[in-house]
Design a protein around this ligand. Structure first.
Ligand SMILES: Nc1ncnc2c1ncn2[C@@H]1O[C@H](COP(=O)(O)OP(=O)(O)O)[C@@H](O)[C@H]1O
Ligand SMILES: [Mg+2]
Length: 447
């Protein structure tokens, strides 16, 4: 394995293919990653170039080409908000490189240091997002096989970690296509017993690795430590793991339970699916088993689960739902807040995520709406300006959480997501039309 050397300024290339190199972002065993300018698309990209010395390596060179090929095969295939997107792969005679989405920030390595540990709720949140992302990856027929802190990119803004993205699919196993498995000699620290054994791998192998990363993030130590490689192997295969609560104050037994379950030696003793693992993580937050900091009023995972439970979003898939979580304006209102007034013009609309509103005309309540209901969509959908006037007063009768959109924010969603909105609008309108018909043909029912 080539030595990973510190970047020296003179080693910075000026261009890679058509991309102007701005600076170095990081490096792994086989490659260097540079921040580059994609002039054509007017965006910054991360370009991962296989090290020349790696390809030329007489023993391992062909393996390194396989890592490149594994990742290159995924161009455009993985589209998930918590998976780094691979835009392009160039397999030229002079150089091999991948063009990816640039993730501004660092990696989770930084947050494994004992003096840099994150709040527990944020770690659980990261775990939830990674579990959902790896569930998506697994449904695409892939096992990542190299989940470790350096391969989980941290999105940072204003010096704070705000999001996470799974990256480095160089070791990925394609269950549908790979006949032989490339064996990567990497860090043992997060490797599952079955991977160490060279046994058949499944979703549970990545689950073990993610559990080991979460363990490290919580405690500042990996679950298995050893002086030598032999001691590590012994520990992974047979050693017991110190519960996280013994290494960090404030860790509840429920948190121990979730993490230790993913670190079971037998894959069958871990969670049976990514969804059940993700749900167990989300439940820690819902059941208040992690201390709530005041980082964010509502965590993304809670928002995601809130929307998942609403009828309106029942036909949205996970990726579309994450888009809504990220693009919508989330608002909270106290009791008595007037969300809308009759006669006002406006085109924003709201979906009630929590709470209740009264719909009134001339002071008379004629409808109450709660979670999942649409408010204000008639003006939004109105075909002409005159019809964009609110026809009723809408007032919060319970503390209210809404997911709100304007035509502009809705316009920024992907085509697929907007399509889901249209379908959901249509079904709401059809139900309403049906109710109106019923009311007309059986007037006594509404008296
Ligand atoms: N898309 C990206 N945006 C920002 N930094 C990245 C990106 N991809 C990789 N990096 C940085 O480069 C390092 C090495 O990338 P990685 O894909 O893991 O290479 P390797 O396969 O050699 O391990 C990462 O640990 C990270 O610091
Ligand atoms: Mg890597």
């Amino acid at each position: 394995m080539p030595e990973v050397s510190a970047a020296s300024p003179e080693s910075l290339p000026t261009r890679i293919g058509e991309y102007r190199v701005l600076r170095k972002l990081g490096e792994g065993a086989t490659s260097e990653v540079f921040l580059c300018r994609d002039e054509f698309h007017d965006r910054d990209v991360a370009v991962k170039r296989v090290r020349e010395s790696a390809v030329r390596d007489p023993v391992d060179g062909r393996y390194y080409s396989r890592f490149f090929a594994a990742e290159a095969a995924l161009v455009g295939r993985l589209q998930h908000p918590h998976v780094v997107q691979i835009f392009d792969a160039v397999d030229g005679p002079a150089e091999q490189y991948l063009v990816m989405e640039h993730v501004p920030g660092s990696t989770l390595r930084r947050y494994c240091r004992a003096d840099q540990l994150l709040p527990l709720e944020l770690i659980v949140e990261i775990g939830f997002k990674c579990a959902m992302a790896l569930g998506y990856v697994f449904r695409q027929g892939l096992i990542h096989r190299d989940i470790k802190p350096a391969n989980l990119l941290a999105v940072e803004s204003g010096g704070h970690l705000t999001d996470v993205k799974v990256s480095d699919f160089g070791s990925a196993l394609n269950l549908g296509a790979d006949i032989t498995q490339v064996h990567r000699v990497g860090s043992l620290t997060y490797m599952s017993p079955e991977q160490l054994d060279g046994a058949a791998l499944n979703a549970q192998s990545d689950m073990y690795a993610l559990g080991a990363v979460l363990y490290h993030l919580v405690t500042g130590h990996p679950p298995v430590e050893g002086e030598s490689q032999a001691a590590m192997i012994q520990g992974i295969l047979y050693g017991s793991v110190v519960p996280p609560s013994q290494r960090r104050q404030g860790v509840e037994p429920a948190v121990d339970e979730v993490i230790l379950r993913t670190l079971q030696k037998q894959p069958a003793d871990r969670y049976d699916s990514w969804d059940s693992f993700a749900n167990a993580l989300a439940a820690l937050i819902t059941n208040r088993q992690v201390p709530r900091g005041n980082l964010q009023a509502v965590l993304d995972s809670e928002r995601f689960n809130l929307l998942r439970g609403l009828d309106f979003f029942s036909r949205f898939d996970d990726v579309e739902l994450w888009e809504v979580v990220h693009q919508a304006r989330w608002q909270r209102f106290p009791i008595g807040h007037k969300l809308m007034r009759r006669g006002e013009k406006g085109r924003d609309f709201h979906i009630i995520a929590q709470g209740e509103v009264a719909v009134r005309r001339d002071g008379q309540t004629f409808e109450t709406l709660d979670a999942g209901a649409l408010v204000g969509e008639m003006a939004y959908l109105a075909p002409s300006r005159e019809l964009r006037t609110r026809t009723a007063d809408v007032e919060a009768t319970d503390p209210l959480t809404t997911v709100s959109f304007t035509p502009e924010t809705l316009g920024q969603l992907s085509l697929a997501c907007r399509q889901r909105f249209s379908e959901a609008f249509i079904s709401v309108l059809v139900r309403r039309l049906h109710a109106a018909h019923e009311a007309l043909s059986h007037p006594q029912r509404i008296l």
